[in-house]
Design a binder for this molecule. Structure first.
Ligand code: ZN
Length: 313
């Protein structure tokens, strides 16, 4: 028995030795979504922290000194890109004085490179259009297909930084991808009966989600991205919702519910506080639970209002 114990200990030590020799890779992600995916891919070979919390508006994150400390120690920084973090991240990176994670450095990963991008504006962008992102809509992680692409980017970057651990990261990636494939099949099946359901969202956070799960986003509570509701726009939206019999309003957790609730009262629509991110509500603790939660919330609301799936004509 004693010998057996010794043997088990020796095995455990041997397994831990290579990781210990190099230590864990210190990874920082700008959002909890990226952190969740990186955690799946990196397993116990990395330590991972997120900067923005999922219940915060990722466009506007208040910079804290603790963020700079995190960045100072980072071997790798993963960003959503497409200018999502442009309002707050660049000064933090500069102030970290960490050469590895400066844009273009080995430890800087823009996760958006391979994802499907929607709403890439054509023509000139002016300030009058609101907070339009010239590279496309940055809320792309709400499609599991993009989740898989993100995971692959992260696995490849981790492998490049730690070539000896490549087989481990690739195995973790395969496991994550298989789980996500399974989840996606389930979510698509759940949403299939509601194909073409028309909805309104507060901000343009859900285009990739809507495309994957066949929702039709007809309008926005914001008159333009990043611009707060105006009485005229709200009135127009209410009329349009009545005309098209739209009964669902999806609101990100960080927006004021006053206008959405007023719209709900006028139109009989259900107002859903729908997190676009991991950590947006306390139940959503990882990337899988994000889809579980949002899809269940949506389906329960559709059933409640009895909205007719307009795509089933
Ligand atoms: Zn946005």
């Amino acid at each position: 028995m004693k010998r057996m114990m010794w043997f088990v200990c020796a095995l455990a030590l041997a397994a831990a030795a290579p990781a210990r020799a190099q230590g864990k890779l210190n990874v920082v992600a700008t959002t909890e979504d990226l952190a969740s995916i990186a955690r799946e891919v990196g397993g116990d070979h990395i330590s991972i922290e997120a900067i923005a919390r999922g219940y915060q508006d990722p466009h506007f994150v208040e910079a804290k000194p603790s963020f700079i400390l995190k960045l100072q120690k980072a071997d790798l920084l993963i960003v959503v890109g497409l200018e999502l973090e442009i309002g707050w991240l660049p000064p933090l990176i500069t102030q970290s004085r960490n050469g590895k994670i400066q844009q273009g450095g080995d430890g800087y990963l823009d996760a958006s490179r391979e994802v499907e991008k929607l709403e890439i504006p054509t023509g000139q962008i002016t300030r009058a259009m609101g907070d339009v992102h010239p590279l496309g809509n940055p809320h792309y992680w709400l499609d599991p297909e993009n989740g898989k692409r993100l995971a692959k980017e992260i696995a490849d970057k981790l492998s490049a930084l730690r070539p000896n651990d490549r087989p481990f990261f690739q195995q973790q990636l395969a496991t994550f991808t298989a789980r996500l494939d399974e989840g996606e099949k389930r979510w698509l099946a759940m949403m299939a009966p509601y194909k073409g359901t028309k909805v309104v969202t507060y901000h343009r956070s859900f285009p990739n989600f809507a495309k994957r799960f066949n929702l039709d986003i007809v309008g926005y509570v914001e008159p333009r991205p990043g611009i707060p509701p105006t009485p005229q726009h709200t009135l127009d939206l209410i009329n349009e919702m009545k005309r098209q019999n739209i009964k669902i309003v999806m609101v990100e957790p960080y927006f004021d519910l006053k206008t959405p609730n007023a719209i709900g009262r006028e139109t009989g629509a259900e107002v859903l506080v729908m997190p676009p991110s991991v950590g947006g509500v306390k139940e959503v603790t990882d990337y899988f639970k994000l889809f579980d939660y949002d899809i269940n919330l949506l389906i329960n609301a559709i059933k409640k209002v009895g909205a007719q799936p307009t795509g089933a004509r």
